[in-house]
Design a protein. Structure first.
Length: 201
């Protein structure tokens, strides 16, 4: 009887030890899997952080004038709008320069051509000198930041002058679009939008 009891107890102990070993093994596997998952996420996390830190302006530090694109730098002193008249251009108010470029396609009459030539000449005569002034002010701002000589008072004055000229330039270009649309027919305006890629054929 005593021997049977010993056998039963030994069996219970053996089962308990087996269960413990199995549980420990599973725990180690779970722990290893967790560690592997965490480690595999580290490169992705680092890459995400790099993307968040990396500036969208990287590479632009080589610009001649940091606040201006190459297109603005060359176009503004020549009296070009370079996006200043987009509220008009993209809302079916053609600009004089592009209308003249498309004069044949739009079938402009001699009278229309003469009027739009006048609008374009008037716009250019006003925009060119102001555009040159604007570029020089932006160049001065850039240079003063570059050589670390800018003061708060200088910055205030330069920005005030730059903003005033930019306002005048936008007004000149938008007014030219406003005048141009008045001498075109609705058919010519629709065709202009199609030719410029703003509307379907």
């Amino acid at each position: 009887m005593l021997f049977k009891g010993v056998i039963i107890v030994a069996g219970i102990i053996l089962v308990s030890i087996s269960a413990f070993v199995l549980l420990s093994s599973n725990s180690e596997n779970v722990l290893e899997n967790l560690i592997f998952e965490k480690e595999s996420q580290i490169p992705e996390t680092i890459e995400t952080e790099k993307k968040m830190i990396h500036s969208p302006w990287a590479g632009e530090q080589t610009r001649e004038i940091k606040s201006l694109t190459a297109r603005e730098l060359t176009g503004i002193p020549k009296g070009h709008g370079v996006g200043m008249a987009l509220p008009a251009e993209l809302n079916s108010y053609p600009g004089p320069r592009h209308v003249l470029d498309l004069s044949e396609e739009l079938n402009l009459t001699p009278e229309q051509n003469e009027q739009i030539e006048f609008f374009y000449t008037e716009m250019s005569q006003q925009a060119v000198p102001l555009g040159q002034q604007f570029i020089e002010i932006e160049r001065e701002i850039d240079e003063k930041f570059a050589d670390k000589s800018i003061t708060s008072e200088e910055l205030n004055e330069l920005l005030k002058n730059s903003s005033e000229i930019k306002w005048q330039l936008r007004n000149i270009h938008l007014q030219a679009h406003l005048k141009t649309v008045d001498v075109l027919s609705s058919e010519q305006i629709s065709l202009y939008d199609q030719l410029r890629g703003y509307a379907d054929d």
